[in-house]
Design a binder for this molecule. Structure first.
Ligand code: ATP
Ligand code: MG
Length: 364
C-alpha cells in the first residue's frame, strides 16, 4: 500500500502550521513504521512568485497522484492585486475542480476546555461533535445561466441557477451515510423542498439511497431554515448533517461558531473512489485562512492543521485509532491549560506554534 502525502503549505501561517504536522509525520514514521512518503509543492501567492501561476502543472500532477494532499492556507495583502486568474485562491479552486472533490467535510467539535468560548451556553455545546457534509461541486454556485443582464429600463437582473442531478445527490448522500456508520449512525438531510424543486429531488434521492443501501442508519429530514434554528437551539441532537453547497456553506460557519474556535477547526474534501483501487482523492485543510497579521511570528495556532491531519489518517489511510489518539492528544493539551494566543484563557499558559506542536506530540 502506498502512503504518499503531498504537502502544500501555501502562504502566511500555512507553512508554520504545516511544520508541526511534519513533526508528527516524522514521529509516526520513526516509531510506528507508517512509511509515509512526503513531497512538497507551492500553492497560492508563493507559487505565483515562483512560477506566475497559483499552482504549477507539475504540482497539480503530484496532487492528483498522491494518496492525500495536506493544504495550509493561501493569500495575503502582497498578492491582492495579482491578475484574477492567478490569484492565490485560484490554486485551491483548481485542486477542487481537477480532483473532483465533491464532498466537503466540516466537523464542529467543541473541546470541553474551550466550551466557555462558544457563542452558546457551555452546557449546550460541551462535547459537541457534529459532522457537516456539504456538496461542494454543484448547486447554485455553479449552475448556468449565471449572469447579470441589463433589462434596458434602468433595471438589471441577477441570475443564479440551482441545479442538482440524481447522481450528484446519490454520491454525496452515500458519503454521509458511510461516515455516519463510523460515528453515531444518524444522518439529518437538509434542503428546502417546500419552495425548491432541487430540494424535492434532494429529499427523494436521499430517501431512496437510504432505503436501498443504508437502512441501518437513522435518517431524518429537516428544512434548512429549521435546521439552522435547531443547530443553535440544541446542536447536540445532530450527528451527520448532509446538505447542498449553499446551505452547507452557511450552516458550517454557524456550526463553527458554536465551538467558539474557528481557528481550531479542520476540514476534508473528498472525491469519488478510484475505479480500480477504490481509494478516494482527498485534500485536508484548516478552516482558517492565512492570517497575514500574525504570519512569521511563530504564534499561530497549529491545532486546525494538526486536526486536519487526524482526518487524513482516518479517511485516507484508515488509521482510525491513530486519528483518535491524535485528537485525544489535542484535547489533553487543552485540558492542561496550554494555549496559543488566539485561544488564551484565564490561568492558562501561553505558548507559540512550535511549543504547541511539541506538547501535542508529547501526548500522542
Ligand atoms: P480567508 O483567508 O479564508 O479569507 P480570513 O482572512 O477571513 O480567511 P483568517 O486568515 O483565518 O481569516 O484570519 C482571521 C483572524 O483570525 C486573523 O486575525 C488571524 O490572525 C486569526 N487566525 C486565523 N487562524 C489562526 C490561527 N491558526 N492561529 C491564530 N490566529 C488565527
Ligand atoms: Mg485571509
Amino acid at each position: 500500500m502506498s502512503n504518499t502525502i503531498f504537502l502544500l503549505p501555501g502562504d502566511g501561517i500555512g507553512p508554520e502550521a504545516m511544520g508541526e504536522v511534519r513533526k508528527i509525520i516524522a514521529h509516526m514514521n520513526d516509531t510506528m513504521g507508517t512509511g509515509f512518503i512526503l513531497d512538497e509543492g507551492l500553492v497560492g501567492g508563493c507559487a505565483y512568485d515562483a512560477h506566475g501561476v497559483a499552482i504549477s502543472e507539475e504540482d497539480m500532477a503530484k496532487a492528483m497522484a498522491a494518496d492525500a494532499v495536506l493544504f495550509g492556507a493561501v493569500g495575503g495583502p502582497k498578492w491582492d492585486s495579482v491578475p484574477y486568474e492567478v490569484r492565490p485562491e485560484a490554486g485551491l479552486l483548481r485542486l477542487r475542480k481537477d480532483m473532483q472533490l465533491f464532498a466537503n467535510l466540516r466537523p464542529a467539535i467543541c473541546y470541553p476546555a474551550l466550551a466557555s468560548a462558544s457563542s452558546l451556553k457551555p452546557e449546550l455545546v460541551e462535547g459537541l461533535d457534529i459532522l457537516i457534509v456539504r456538496e461542494l461541486t454543484g448547486g447554485v454556485y455553479f449552475g448556468e445561466p449565471k449572469e447579470i443582464i441589463d433589462l434596458g429600463n434602468g433595471q438589471k437582473r441577477g441570475i443564479d441557477t440551482q441545479i442538482y442531478d440524481t447522481y450528484e445527490i446519490e454520491r454525496i448522500a452515500g458519503v454521509a451515510f458511510e461516515l455516519a456508520r463510523t460515528r453515531q449512525n444518524a444522518v439529518c438531510s437538509m434542503e428546502k423542498r417546500n419552495v425548491m424543486k432541487s430540494g424535492v429531488l434532494w429529499n427523494q434521492v436521499v430517501t431512496e439511497v437510504h432505503k436501498r443501501t443504508y437502512s441501518d442508519v437513522k435518517l431524518e429530514h429537516m428544512l434548512a431554515d429549521a435546521g439552522g434554528m435547531q443547530l443553535v437551539r440544541a446542536p447536540k441532537q445532530f450527528d451527520v448533517i448532509v446538505t447542498d453547497n449553499l446551505f452547507g456553506d452557511m450552516l458550517s460557519d454557524v456550526a463553527a461558531m458554536l465551538t467558539g474556535s474557528l481557528g481550531m477547526l479542520p476540514s476534508a474534501s473528498l472525491g469519488a473512489p478510484d475505479a480500480t483501487t477504490g481509494k478516494r482523492k482527498a485534500l485536508y485543510e484548516p478552516v482558517h485562512g492565512s492570517a497575514p497579521d500574525i504570519a512569521g511570528k511563530g504564534i499561530a495556532n497549529p491545532i486546525a492543521m494538526i486536526a486536519s491531519f487526524a482526518m487524513c489518517l482516518r479517511y485516507s489511510f484508515n488509521m482510525v485509532a491513530e486519528a483518535y489518539r491524535l485528537e485525544k492528544a489535542i484535547a489533553t493539551v487543552l485540558d492542561k491549560g496550554i494555549r496559543t494566543g488566539d485561544i488564551m484563557g484565564e490561568g492558562c499558559r501561553q505558548v507559540g506554534t512550535s511549543e504547541m506542536g511539541d506538547a501535542i506530540l508529547a501526548e500522542f
